[in-house]
Ligand binder design. Sequence first.
Ligand code: C2E
Ligand code: CA
Ligand code: CA
Length: 350
Amino acid sequence: MDEPVRLLVAERQRGEQRIETQRVAENDLDFSPQCGNSRQLVDSSFGLELELAEALRLRTLRMDFQPQFDLGSGRGCGVEALARWVRSTGEVIAPSIFIRIAERADMIHALGAWALHSACATASAWCSGAAQPTTLSVNVSALQIDEKFFGVIERTLKQTGFPAKQLELEVTESALIANLALSIEHLNAWKQLGVRIAMDDFGTGHSSLSSLSRLPVDRLKLDRSLVHRMTLDRKGAAIMRLVVSLGAELDMGVIAEGVETEEQLQMLTDLGCPQAQGYLLGRPMTAELAQVALGKTWGNRAIPLRGRVGCAVRESQHIDRSAASSKRSTMSSYEAAHATTGRRRPILSP
Ligand code: C2E
Ligand code: CA
Ligand code: CA
């Protein structure tokens, strides 16, 4: 048994129930309004650690994939792998919760290695087909930014045969800035393997222009708060225009995340933002659906016609009859898991 898991079991056996409240500082977890049952989460988080360890051991976590689109051509240009955990009770635990549980319980390295392997193994099966993702983006926790992760990447690429140049590792802006010198060192080492780096949640941290120019980052992922603010007032639009041109000036790719409305999509296109991702264009979905979605375009238009938005996803669901047997297939598999029983409630909505 892994050391952290063994310790957790031992603690529980000693009947130290108080450890639950000690270990879980309330501000450690996400108590956003959607959560609704934060008390329940605190009370059960110790048990969740054990369950998560078991889910990792039994490989019952899975990956969904959210498509990314090129705004010029309307073509699918990649996917982001997003981890999913549905407990044996059917309850869905949001990744923002279980990733933090894994980080706190020292399971993030095992979870991170699984996530990378699972995403690369799935996407390498696509590479032989027509609908290749040009980019496979995998999230990397701040705690994984160390020398050990180099070996994990190297091994995974070797074992799965996934082309390094198509793999992008997403690290949040705040994680990179927290320890700039070390981040630069590790990122440079990872890049020697041929992978690319994206700065996730860009616009939420405190990166200075000088740190941005020093980090070996290939793509900026503009946080959805910037996308949201962009259409609210002139200042929001000005900030978006600036960050899009900043990316271009620094020779970095730029992708806007959290695109939910046609107005946002239109504006991003007008501002010259090259790529976008968001519920409007396609929710996180199963690997099978994502593969088909990637092979679709919005047509030859830069902006999809009203009603055709997200058609890649809907069409894919008609094609994939095995997966599209019911209304469930029009949702992400994550949502479907929420919806299938009345009592299943997400602890936190995506
Ligand atoms: P993230 O990396 O910023 O991922 C984007 C999140 O926004 C995902 O939530 C996605 O489902 C959601 N999203 C996508 N489009 C939209 C949209 O248009 N509107 C809104 N409101 N949300 C949108 P999800 O899947 O719940 O993941 C939450 C976070 O959990 C991720 O944020 C990432 O930080 C973390 N995460 C997920 N999978 C992994 C993983 O394998 N490893 C690590 N280290 N972290 C992961
Ligand atoms: Ca991400
Ligand atoms: Ca993000």
